[in-house]
Design a protein. Structure first.
Length: 485
């Protein structure tokens, strides 16, 4: 990769060095690079290739790169090793039009791969499958080539040398992303981003010494459950409660995602949380069946916390109310910056994969009404009030144990707790299956589990279960004096 710094053209070169097994070996390489004005921007030790092999990305001007390579060769750190070539069989999905194969051929030429086999046939569809056998030697180079290919068109690796772990990992995450793209009908841009996040996820797991295949197995299960509960399989549990003030409380519990609560009184509807965006068609069918003239009614939304399984259908609402920290969360997203969860590098790839698979889009700031003052940081400090159908709903600040930006909403003897309190005993079988997977995907569903435990205990102490109707983020409503956690 070439860049211009000031008036100097610099480039980043990856050196694959074979270091002697002795103290100071890496120091010697560093001295050579520094002497020529180079900057080491990445170092990676990959024992799957060789126990002595070290990868270094070095940024320097073009002349300096030549001198660095010469000096590293002089001391024996770069060797011209002989590799046994093998054939990589790749299938490219190309547009059925003139010249569509040229970018692929140009990429192959740039990597100096020889084509040992080629086959293609148009089949009266917009796309045609083009198979090529590529004679390759270096699995690291193939890794880079395949990653670039995914930016050109969908690909499928049909056959490769499975003894090369570096290549095997690349094939794995490309196949993984392509299978999800097919299941969820993703755009090409989203498929490429999914591949990038899957690759980041695999690299992070490798660096922590974890087995990537086990975690990807859970992601696959999670994705299968998301897709498997679409259409006619979307069968939420729906319950209804008549409150003392003439208001009716409805609870829609989908198999995947958060509860959606609806308070009905008169013609207006007040929602608390709204589930995954993936299920828009299914939820609209349910809601239109529950409420006459649903599309014409004024609809407001309270958000207990900004996790994507609670806010996905935000665009269905006229007014959306959040706490100040949740507003900051969405503000970060609107600026293209990592939200509070994604600032944790362990959570980030899972969150971004989840965004893609659930059709998540962030809420624009002009849709949001902020309840309360961001300066008020005490646990369960009162933030502000909103009135609906003559009833007052008070927002209280959480401590961010589960999710930064969480609030508790109280009206009379009714509590909307978000995920500070969930009713696991009240899960349906499909809810239980889906919610078992999430902790594996994010290490923990909480941003800080110790804080989350303290917060939950304090909430239940202030608002005892035997006195308050609890509306948890997941699971059945907890009725005072009847249901227990």
């Amino acid at each position: 990769m070439m860049t211009i710094k000031g008036s100097v053209l610099t480039m980043t070169t990856t050196y694959i060095t074979t270091l002697p097994d002795e103290a100071g070996a890496f120091l010697e390489a560093g001295k050579i690079i520094g002497a020529h004005g180079g900057n080491i921007t990445r170092v990676s030790y990959n024992k799957a290739v060789d126990v002595h092999t070290l990868f270094m990305d070095v940024e320097a001007d073009i002349d300096a790169q030549t001198l660095i390579e010469e000096d590293l060769r002089r001391i024996g750190y770069i060797r011209d090793t002989i590799r046994v070539p093998h054939v990589l069989l790749v299938e490219f999905s190309l547009r059925n039009e003139s010249g569509s194969v040229l970018p692929v051929l140009e990429l192959i030429s740039r990597y100096h791969f020889n084509i040992s086999y080629m086959s293609s046939r148009a089949n009266n569809t917009p796309d045609q499958m083009f198979r090529m056998g590529l004679l390759v030697e270096d699995p690291v180079q193939v890794n880079e080539f395949l990653t670039e290919c995914t930016n050109l068109c969908p690909i499928r690796i049909i056959d490769y040398n499975e003894s090369e772990r570096t290549l095997d990992n690349t094939v794995f995450y490309i196949d993984f992303a392509d299978s999800l793209a097919w299941t969820f009908g993703l755009s090409r841009d989203n498929t490429v981003e999914l591949m990038r996040q899957a690759n980041l996820l695999m690299q992070g797991l490798d660096e922590r010494g974890e087995e990537p295949r086990r975690i990807f197995k859970y992601i696959g299960r999670w994705a299968d459950m998301l897709a498997g509960n679409m259409g006619d399989n979307f069968q939420p549990r729906i319950s209804q409660y008549e409150l003392h003030n003439g208001m009716i409380l409805h609870n829609i519990e989908p198999p995947c995602g958060s509860n959606t609560y609806i308070l009905e009184k008169g013609g207006d509807l007040l929602f608390v949380d709204c589930g995954f965006g993936l299920y828009e068609r299914e939820m609209l069918q349910v809601l239109r069946g529950m409420f006459a003239d649903f599309d014409k009614r004024h609809k407001a939304l309270f958000i207990t916390h900004p996790d994507i399984d609670h806010v996905g259908l935000w665009h269905l609402f006229d007014d959306i109310y959040v706490g100040a920290e949740a507003y900051q969360y969405f503000e970060l997203e609107n600026q293209g910056l990592p939200n509070f969860r994604e600032q944790n590098p362990v959570h980030a790839p899972y969150c971004r994969i989840s965004r893609i698979l659930t059709d998540y889009t962030t809420i624009p700031p002009d849709k949001l009404h902020v309840v309360g003052d961001a300066q008020d940081t005490d646990l369960f400090a009162k933030l502000g009030e909103v009135t609906f159908a003559g009833e007052t709903f008070t927002f209280y600040r959480g401590n961010g144990g589960h999710a930064k930006g969480e609030v508790v909403i109280v009206s009379g003897d009714m509590i909307f707790s978000g995920d500070i309190v969930v009713n696991i005993k009240g899960f349906t079988d499909r809810q239980l299956e889906f919610n078992k997977v999430a902790p594996y995907l994010m290490t923990s569903v909480n941003m800080d589990s110790k804080l989350a435990t303290l917060e939950r205990k304090e909430l239940l102490k202030r608002y005892p279960l035997d006195e308050y109707l609890y509306c948890p983020g997941h699971g059945a409503v907890l009725r005072p004096g009847i249901d227990k956690l």
